[in-house]
Ligand binder design. Structure first.
Ligand code: IPM
Ligand code: MG
Length: 358
């Protein structure tokens, strides 16, 4: 029997509710599947921790989770703490030093879910967005001087390295190659941003030669938003910079029916460090404590966690259970227009896991 060590970091807001649901589901799955079990360690890091200790996680926090097999993360964000502090103090403080450079965001219209686009279902809209997750606009390079004076100035420098672009490009081509359509769209803004974005385009063309079976095209990010809305079926795998993909993935989540469903994997593909899995939605303080957070984003992220551990049978059992549950509007939470609670949806997914014969 294999034992996986999972670090659970629920964080703030509805993060605590959905991560608890995710752990319940993962345990049910381990029980149903046999062959592996989970040892879950909980870490109370986040906004409340910051209020007590003046930092989002302990100084040796990363050492505490360094040897875990995976991290299940909820969200970071607190109404009393500036967003850039919660982000840099926890999520990026884990992603960047653990070199989780590939952020993977699958988007699909699941059974029973209605896209705001007319006539669009899972056949039309089935994408994977690959977000560069270690540099670019999130490199943290920049500064601010003369604060409060007329001369006040600030820079946020987007920094791109050749190895950084090569590795995300190679990763994206591999993902595209693994999918039936073998189709990749490389997104940049190389008309206006004439240095780093032109380098992206050049590196894309170089790496493409290693993948002759993948069809690829280039798209400017503004035009890409239109294509996502007007020609969703023409898209399969997408690779973009940290910020561009951040924005495109919110659009993708909305087009697929709800931000509450969308999952993410922050991968260190080499397994040198643990990878981190999280729903895309934030801490959503407006619905916190009401028990109505949609746990599906966390469940789908758990599917990605299991795939990363190469527990593929468990991963596909969980994905099947999710799809059976979303197909029934009785189990839709308010973000999907229903009135199910987090617990009700979670119980339904667990029942679907237990009941599945395949
Ligand atoms: C995301 C989120 C984060 C990001 C926020 C919470 C800082 O929007 O994961 O897409 O921009 O990376
Ligand atoms: Mg985002």
């Amino acid at each position: 029997m294999k034992t996986y060590r999972i670090a659970a970091i629920p964080g703030d807001g509805i993060g605590t509710e959905v991560v608890a649901a995710g752990i319940e589901v993962l345990n049910a799955l381990a029980g149903r599947e046999g062959g592996f079990e989970l040892q879950v360690d909980h870490f109370d890091w986040g906004g409340e921790y910051y209020k007590k200790h003046g930092r989002m996680m302990p100084e040796d926090g990363r050492d505490q989770i360094r040897d875990h097999d995976a991290i299940l993360f909820g969200s970071a964000g607190h109404p009393d703490i500036p967003d850039h502090i919660t982000l840099w103090g926890l999520r990026l403080a884990i992603c960047q030093p653990f070199d989780q450079y590939a952020n993977v965001r699958p988007t699909r219209v699941l059974p029973g879910i209605t896209s705001p686009l007319r006539h669009v279902d899972g056949d039309e809209l089935d994408w994977v967005i690959i977000r560069e997750n270690s540099e670019g606009e999130y490199a943290g390079v920049g500064g601010r001087v003369h604060q409060g004076l007329p001369l006040e100035s600030a820079t946020d420098v987007a920094m791109f390295t050749r190895p950084g672009v090569e590795r995300i490009m190679r990763f994206a081509f591999r993902v595209a190659q693994s999918r039936p359509r073998k189709l990749l769209t490389v997104v940049t803004k190389s008309n206006a941003q004439r240095h780093a974005m032109v380098m992206w385009d050049e590196i894309a063309a170089e790496i493409a030669r290693e993948f002759p079976d993948v069809t690829w095209d280039r798209m400017l990010v503004d035009a890409m938003t239109m294509r996502m809305v007007t020609k969703p079926k023409s898209i399969d795998t997408v690779v973009a910079t940290n910020l561009h993909a951040d924005i495109l993935s919110d659009l993708a989540a909305a087009l697929a029916g709800s931000l509450g469903i969308a999952p993410t994997a922050n991968l260190n593909p080499e397994h040198t460090y643990p990878s981190m899995f999280e729903p895309i939605h934030g801490s959503a303080f407006d619905i916190m404590g009401k028990g109505v957070a949609n746990p599906i984003g966390t469940f789908w992220s758990s599917v990605m966690l299991l795939e990363h551990l190469e527990e593929n049978a468990a991963a596909s059992r969980l994905m099947g259970a999710i799809e059976r549950v979303t197909a029934d509007p009785d189990f839709h939470t308010p973000d999907l227009g229903g009135n199910a609670t987090t617990d009700k949806t979670t119980a339904a997914v667990i029942e679907a896991i237990r009941g599945a014969n395949d």
